[in-house]
Each structure stands twice: as structure tokens, then as C-alpha cells.
Design a protein around this ligand. Structure first.
Ligand code: 1GP
Length: 245
């Protein structure tokens, strides 16, 4: 999956990822959204959330997706309960700017044997939460990166890449009023050089998506805008045409 994503970055300049929270709707509806997203041109489906994205609803959603869509599914877990045997890959992430050791390494240790047992592909990732941070910032007890301090985000990202994490995720929080500032996106991309940068949280329209991609994001995540869209396919197509060269 990592190779698949990296190849798309090389080919198109930017990847589009659709985030679906399995706790927000029935599995059947989640699969309808995923299908429309694939028709609109999304490259992969991320599955996860900070609260309730676990157990039966997570498994059933992924099981149905596996049968009905032909792009990879990637877990985006809130904790060790967010691991499911039905996914293709997992963003194996550490919330580097958390104050809570559970979100830095303990959940990861509890989940790691399951990742191995289920044969899910782990993609090592530094997860960084920026103001305002939303639910995930609160749940993850993040010391939120100030929007006006791109150099702090860059320092954390560099530390992540020195730890061997090949992906960095800059997160403003789902439903954030504004996405991560472009200055910060640029500073982080500059710091991690060959690493891949994912940006998400508060990206609602083509201009915001295009600005993030132009500033250096290799991958753009949209969740809320897709959940809220009447026409999912058209909304995704809007993002995809804005970020791909
Ligand atoms: C949340 O960054 C993602 O983890 C997506 O955010 O719901 O605001 O698109 P949105």
C-alpha cells in the first residue's frame, strides 16, 4: 500500500485520501460513500475515528468494503481497539506531541501483535496535532502546535523522520474551521525531505486542497466535507482535480 501511494505521488504529484468514520453511519452507507469516492477519483479509503471506531461496526464496514471497492483500505486508529483484520494497511502512528504516553507508544505496543497476526501492512507515521486540534487533540491530550510556529512543527517532523517514520501527518482536527497554515505545510515538507507529508483537518473546498498541495503536501485527507456532501462523487472529483497535476 505504501508503494502504491508513493507511486501515485510520483505520477500525479498528490494523493487524495477519503476518511470515513465507521461510527458515523451504518456499514452499508459507509460503503456507498466509499464507492462514490472511488468513482470521484480518491486513491484510498482511511477508516477510523477518535471515538467508537472499533469492534463490530469497524469489522463489518471493512468487510463490506473489501467486497465492493478496489482501492486500499487503511486503518487510522484512535487506539489499539481500532485494529481490524479486514484492512489492507494501518497508519502505524505515534502522536509525538501528546502528553500522554498511551498515545505515544502504549496503544501501539498493545496493537502491534494484532497487526502482525492479521498480516496488515504497517506504515510508520509521525502524527502531529496543530491548533485547534478538535476532538482528537482533546482525546489525545496533545500539546497543540501553535499555528504561528511552523518551526516547531518542522522540528517534530524531523524528529519523526530520524526515528524512521516515513510519513508525517499534520492534523488540524476533524471539522477544524481552517486547515493547517500553508507556511507550516511548507516548513514541514522542507524538513523531512524524502518523507511523505499528509495534511488533513478542515479542508472543505478545492482552493484549500490546492493550497495545501502547492505548499508541499503529498497527500490530502478529507472527511467532514465528504460526509456533508449531497453528491459525494462530485465533491471528491472537485478535490482530486485541484490537487493532481
Ligand atoms: C481528521 O484530518 C482528518 O483526522 C479529516 O478532517 O473531517 O475536517 O476533513 P476533516
Amino acid at each position: 500500500v505504501e508503494e502504491y501511494l508513493n507511486d501515485i505521488v510520483k505520477r500525479d504529484g498528490c494523493v487524495h485520501l477519503t476518511l470515513i468514520d465507521p461510527a458515523s453511519q451504518k456499514p452499508e452507507r459507509a460503503v456507498e460513500i466509499a464507492k462514490a469516492a472511488v468513482e470521484g477519483g480518491t486513491d484510498a479509503i482511511m477508516i477510523g475515528g477518535s471515538t467508537g471506531a472499533m469492534g463490530q461496526v469497524l469489522d463489518q464496514t471493512l468487510q463490506l468494503m473489501k467486497e465492493q471497492i478496489n482501492v486500499p483500505t487503511i486503518l487510522f486508529p484512535g487506539d489499539s481497539a481500532g485494529v481490524s483484520s479486514y484492512a489492507d494497511a494501518i497508519f502505524f502512528m505515534s502522536l509525538l506531541n501528546s502528553r500522554d504516553i498511551n498515545y505515544i507508544v502504549t496503544n501501539q505496543a498493545m496493537g502491534a501483535p494484532l497487526v502482525r497476526k492479521f498480516g496488515i501492512e504497517p506504515i510508520p507515521m509521525a502524527y502531529l496535532i496543530v491548533e485547534p486540534g478538535g476532538t482528537v487533540g482533546w482525546v489525545g491530550d496533545a500539546r497543540l502546535l501553535p499555528r504561528t510556529k511552523p518551526e516547531l512543527a518542522a522540528a517534530y517532523a524531523l524528529a519523526g523522520s530520524y526515528f524512521g517514520m516515513r510519513y508525517v501527518y499534520l492534523e488540524a482536527g476533524s471539522g477544524a474551521e481552517k486547515p493547517v497554515p500553508v507556511e507550516m505545510v511548507g516548513a514541514v515538507k522542507h524538513a523531512i525531505d524524502k518523507g511523505h507529508l499528509i495534511v488533513g483537518g478542515g479542508i472543505r473546498d478545492r482552493n484549500a486542497a490546492a493550497a495545501c498541495a502547492k505548499a508541499g503536501a503529498d497527500m490530502i485527507v478529507t472527511g467532514t466535507a465528504v460526509e456533508d456532501a449531497g453528491d459525494v462523487r462530485a465533491k471528491i472529483a472537485e478535490f482530486v482535480s485541484a490537487i493532481k497535476s
